[in-house]
Design a binder for this molecule. Structure first.
Ligand code: CA
Length: 524
């Protein structure tokens, strides 16, 4: 049995199919292909070589997502780190780079549900680690009607939009070398492309690297759970520390492993592009690259700071996107689904909070027309609701922390080594101690000068000099929440009335995990 045949053996096929059944009841979408996908794959194995596609063949879509990536870590976004992302840098040179792109929410699963639905979480039902409601249209429905085959590798559950949805081809983290094995990404991408070619159908393929999500690659431990080592390792003196973190030895030591994982993410991307090239389908494939959220450290992931939601956003569309083009307007991940449907000339979603970017892809000088970006957090993986809303333009960011109370503190599961280093340093460094307290307790409202303080270190909300800016962004927040149907609007308008805020909280987040509510943070 060849390696490819082993990968696609009936045993593995059964495991994948079983995992979907256990995810919930079967729906109508995807069932057709679920029933025929494995015979098609067997056929694909038996076929060698490529067959040229007709010019009129429908456009394929490949969406590659990084997991927990800091935008500024990429060479094409200005990172000075040596040889960190050569594959993505080349991709950017040959495609289009968006410089002010944001995800709508900086958490793995809800961020991916927004890609599928074109809707904010409160309009799709995915206000945290939960699926899109069954009756909400998603792009997968429209792709299925148009006879597209859908595939996913890595981040399987996070990327599956509805409980009932069945992909035509799916491998989760454990089947992808912990989502960190570039060779497996190459092989399984190639197999999917062959499967689509033999079926004579176009594809929508979501390729999800689990890098650079924690745990980061530690050379002292080496590859684990089927992962491969990165092609280059980094030492603590080889990179700049992001603006939102203190530059101290313990943070540098931890971030060296983040850069190792970022390098492996680029390795994975390169291998997937290699597979697409070898399939002969590159010239008929629209490719989008982004991250689902920012770096997994304090003051980034699972928050609404600049570093939380700003994402790389790169596009190649042969014959349409001009190589080397750059767009500087504000765009959001909620624009992804409308963009894909327009690019494929398929029916639009009946409702969407995003707008198609096709006109920008055709003409990079165009502006998205968005004067600001609206970003959100509702609940996180442990079930705790920590509602935040943010309005930001290129100059300022305004945050409303609905969760803020004097007797409640914020924490998340991605603090680990970086926070440990900060806590140790805080014993003798009042500035770092103050920074940790700011992180834990925050303020009801925050205002940052993003141009001069991209790390969001200095909250200007109480500064008289910024009163007009603050009031203007408050008005924009109110209008945006109202226009989008945000259920937190009443709380925002009554943000200083604890009883009304609690009433809205209990109504919107009935499954809030009470075990971590209102606990004192004991360390300080
Ligand atoms: Ca993520």
């Amino acid at each position: 049995m060849t390696q490819l045949e082993m990968l696609l053996s009936p045993r593995r096929s059964f495991e994948v199919a079983t995992s979907f059944r256990s995810a919930g009841r079967r729906g109508s979408m995807g069932r057709r292909y679920a029933m025929i996908r494995w015979p098609m794959m067997a056929l694909a194995i038996s076929c060698i070589g490529t067959i040229g596609l007709a010019d009129s063949a429908p456009l394929n879509v490949l969406l590659f997502t990084a997991d927990d990536l800091h935008r500024d870590s990429l060479g094409c976004y200005g990172s000075p780190v040596e040889a960190i992302t050569p594959n993505l840098d080349r991709f950017a040179r040959e495609g289009m780079r968006f410089d002010n792109a944001h995800v709508n929410t900086a958490i793995c699963e809800p961020s991916r549900k927004i890609l599928a639905s074109g809707l904010y979480g409160f309009n799709s039902g995915s206000m945290g680690f939960m699926p899109v409601r069954e009756n909400v249209p998603i792009i997968h429905d429209i792709l299925g009607e148009a006879d597209y085959l859908t595939g996913v590798i890595g981040k399987l559950r996070h990327s599956t939009p509805k409980v009932s949805y069945e992909w035509d081809y799916a491998f989760g983290r454990r089947d992808m070398g912990d989502g960190r094995n570039p060779t497996l990404y190459y092989e399984r991408s190639l197999a999917f492309f062959k499967m689509c070619r033999e079926a004579g159908k176009p594809f929508y393929f979501m390729v999800n690297s689990e890098d650079p999500h924690l745990p980061w690659y530690n050379p002292e431990i080496g590859p684990v759970r089927g992962a491969e080592a990165p092609t280059r390792l980094y030492s603590p003196d080889e990179f700049p520390v992001p603006d939102h973190l203190p530059d101290i030895p313990g943070v540098r030591k931890a971030l060296a492993n983040y850069y190792n994982s970022t390098k492996r993410m680029d390795d994975t991307f390169g291998r997937v592009m290699q597979a697409l090239d070898e399939s002969g389908m590159r010239e008929n494939t629209l490719i989008v690259y982004l991250s689902d959220n920012g770096i997994p450290t304090p003051f980034s992931k699972c928050n609404t700071f600049l570093a939380s939601t700003r994402t790389p956003f790169l596009v190649q569309w042969p014959g349409v996107v001009k190589p080397g083009s750059i767009n500087e307007s504000l765009i959001s991940s909620v624009d992804f689904a409308p963009t894909i449907l327009e690019a494929l000339a398929l029916p639009a979603l009946p409702q969407a909070d995003g707008r198609s970017l096709v006109s920008l892809l055709k003409n990079p000088a165009r502006d998205s027309g968005k004067p600001f970006i609206f970003t959100q957090v509702d609940s996180k993986v442990d079930g705790a609701a920590i509602p935040m809303r943010c309005i930001q333009n290129k100059k300022f960011g305004y945050i409303y922390n609905m969760w803020h109370r004097d007797d409640y503190y914020y924490r998340n599961n991605n603090e680990v080594d970086v926070m440990r280093a900060m806590e140790e340093a805080a014993e003798n460094d009042p500035a770092i101690r103050a920074r940790i307290i700011q992180y834990r307790y925050r303020s009801l409202e925050e205002l940052y000068d993003l141009e001069n303080d991209p790390g969001c270190l200095n909250n200007l909300v109480a500064s008289p000099d910024y009163r007009r800016v603050l009031n203007s962004l408050r008005e924009t927040m109110d209008a945006t929440m109202q226009a989008s149907g945000d259920p937190l609007l009443k709380a925002f308008r009554n943000r200083n009335d604890a009883s009304i805020v609690q009433e809205v909280f209990d109504q919107v987040y009935p499954n809030h995990n009470p075990n971590i509510k209102r606990r004192e943070w004991e360390r300080f």
